[in-house]
Design a protein around this ligand. Structure first.
Ligand SMILES: Nc1ncnc2c1ncn2[C@@H]1O[C@H](COP(=O)(O)OP(=O)(O)OP(=O)(O)O)[C@@H](O)[C@H]1O
Ligand SMILES: [Mg+2]
Length: 240
């Protein structure tokens, strides 16, 4: 039995600027099953980040509904959203967004602050997450003492530390060189294969190829969704 974890229902997001109206999203429907790894691709300005921000509750639709794991999130207030997000979603941003004065370990442990349990238990869990992303030997270093790829792996560990069912990533390799991007690619693929539900935005063919399914957006609409194999999809993405 498949289970729909993310259900974006007929969502439109309109920006009004003076007399101009811009449809960032136009009547978009997306369903992601538990355990699916979906890549969202499409040209700049096609609405990819807007879609992701609606799924995390960072943004609200102009019309339509956003359901995640059985909860309608577009009507939640900020407090309810903050609690909901902590239990359901890990977010990885393009620019890492690590706190510069905290070590890798402290950055990863931060989302657990508001959870119960002992400090020692939280520290052990943060350490285990850093081991998981291959940074066991870098725990006490500050972000400025880490490479871009290492910083992004810390950000992924932080996103996963509360064990959310869903990982959202917006261009997680956008600021990495190809070697570091390759490491993130391998990690996401591993997480996807391990059954984490992942919604990933990327410009990069390689990264999209790790996904089970690719959604192609253009001008605020989904123009294609593909379930063909990882290797075949790359040809289509490179045409975008
Ligand atoms: N706050 C805003 N005010 C007005 N227009 C906006 C705002 N945010 C986004 N838009 C517009 O909505 C459209 C979709 O933007 P979005 O950021 O979702 O694109 P994207 O596909 O993520 O692009 P990129 O690949 O460059 O990140 C764009 O035309 C953008 O200019
Ligand atoms: Mg974007």
């Amino acid at each position: 039995m498949t289970e729909i974890l993310i259900d974006v229902q007929n969502v439109t997001r309109v920006y009004t600027m003076g007399a101009r109206t811009l449809y960032a999203l136009r009547d978009v429907c997306v369903q992601v099953e538990r355990g699916e790894f979906v890549a969202v691709v499409g040209p700049s300005g096609s609405g990819k980040s807007t879609l992701l921000n609606l799924v995390s509750g960072i943004d609200k639709p102009t019309s339509g509904q956003v359901w995640v794991d059985g909860t309608r999130i577009d009507t939640l207030d900020e407090n309810a959203l903050a609690i909901w997000r902590r239990n359901h979603i890990g977010i990885v941003f393009q620019f890492f967004q690590l706190l510069p004065t905290l070590t890798a370990l402290e950055n990863v442990a931060l989302p657990m602050e508001l959870r119960g349990g002992s400090a020692r238990g939280r520290r052990a869990r943060a350490e285990a997450m850093l081991e998981r992303v291959g940074l066991g030997a870098r725990m006490t270093q500050l972000p400025s003492e880490l490479s871009g790829g290492e910083q992004q792996r810390v950000a992924i560990a932080r996103a996963l530390v509360n064990d959310p069912p869903i990982l959202l990533a917006d261009e997680p390799t956008g600021n990495l060189d190809s070697t570091n991007a390759e490491g993130i690619f391998a990690l996401l693929r591993e997480l996807g294969d391990a059954g984490k539900t992942i919604l990933l935005i990327t410009h990069e063919t390689n990264l999209a190829r790790a996904a089970h399914r690719t959604i192609l957006m253009r001008d605020g609409e989904i123009v294609q969704t593909s379930e063909i194999s990882r290797d075949v999809i790359s040809a289509q993405i490179s045409e975008v």
